[in-house]
Design a protein around this ligand. Sequence first.
Ligand SMILES: C[S@@+](CC[C@H](N)C(=O)[O-])C[C@H]1O[C@@H](n2cnc3c(N)ncnc32)[C@H](O)[C@@H]1O
Length: 452
Amino acid sequence: MLKKNDKLTVTISALTYAGLGFVKINEFPVFIYNSLPGEEVEIQILKVLKKYAFARVVKFLSYSPDRNQEIDYHSIQSGLAPLSHLKYQAQLSFKENQIKETLHKFGIDNPVESIIPSPKETHYRNKSQVPVRLVKGQLSVGFFRAHSHHLVPTEDFLLQESVIDQNIIKVRDILRKLEISSYDEDTQRGVVRNIMLRFGKFTGELMLILVVNQKDVPRLKKLKHELQSSCPEITSFILNYNFKNTNVILGPTNKVIYGSPYLTDKILTNTFKISPLSFYQVNPLQTENLYRIAAEYGNLKSTDTVMDAYSGIGTVGISLADRVKQVIGVESVQQAVEDALNNAQLNHYDNVKYVCGKAEEVIDQWISEGLKVNKIFVDPPRKGLAKNFIEQSVKMQPEIIVYVSCNPATLGRDLAIYKELGYAIKKIQPVDLFPQTTHVESVTMLEKNRTF
Ligand SMILES: C[S@@+](CC[C@H](N)C(=O)[O-])C[C@H]1O[C@@H](n2cnc3c(N)ncnc32)[C@H](O)[C@@H]1O
């Protein structure tokens, strides 16, 4: 029986989908941080639970040829970039295999296309949401160590655009100088919870959203002045109020201190305005590839009526609008729907409509109103599609369904239902939107069986 602090020598047998090394010791599963298949390592047991244990490597006796020796992001691996110890090529195979294996569990053995690598392997993110906490008596920024709220201070976040990293540090230093306090989760006091920055890759705009725990921010005028004089790259500054003791980063209301309430950016040929509470893809160069593939899988025609479900600020639907007759979209976040409607106008499309609501509920209403769509695009969050949405979407009998997924497990579950209900899987294309992390994105094309 394993005990905490036991030391053993093992050879890692697999890499889990969460990026941890795995071995069985006397049939008992052990998950080991920062280790890769084939590596012989001395480990120390950190925690023993009923059905498995966690361990760390104390000494490497051999290294995997897939190990990225160039960057020693030991602490980052457990938090921000859990795959950064794996060479990029091996990360791509890991993700491709994950899709194949997961779909196989749902009885789906269709061929999977080779994953499309990200144009940038690091510093690709256009958004950061870094926590602000007191560490050793000083307001600090960093990341929470995995499965904890223990802040590890850092100045290099590895995944974010460099302009974001530089401005996080500048904002941190201004907060320190003005003695504006950081949030304390235990007492629920202190002012600044998070520094969020969003960067428009194609416009150069940079939006600062300071998430605060109280309405009155001390020395706000001075803060505004300091930001305007020391951070010229920041084009707008917004306060977001979050007074709840919660893991959800953003609160429901914002106040613009200066600049525009929207960030403006471009995807392919269209311009988009994005408000602070709206979802926006984080890897802008690769997003263009993702949308190109989705459009190609839609086999678009000028007579098509397209549904854009889980539409965010309308980026998918608007990217298709010039090639189809009509786009109708649904999204649950009110602000995102307003953005989508503004974005349709901004790009001069009068054939695009968005409504606010849950896709699985709005689809009932659309069916009862007799709406006919012949192509459906879905891009749900990690939990995938609601069963009712799947069943109702099949009732609409679209020729093609394009499923953009960020979670192979829910993708497999949903594809299995579509298969049962008469849809054939034609193509599955993984796209690496999130290098150095374990996240796996893909686009699947489903086509209605002719005998249906
Ligand atoms: C992965 S994002 C995709 C957004 C957009 N297609 C894009 O590429 O930017 C998923 C979106 O679904 C929305 N959402 C979550 N649950 C929903 C539901 N039940 N019905 C409609 N939209 C939902 C989220 O607010 C989010 O904007």
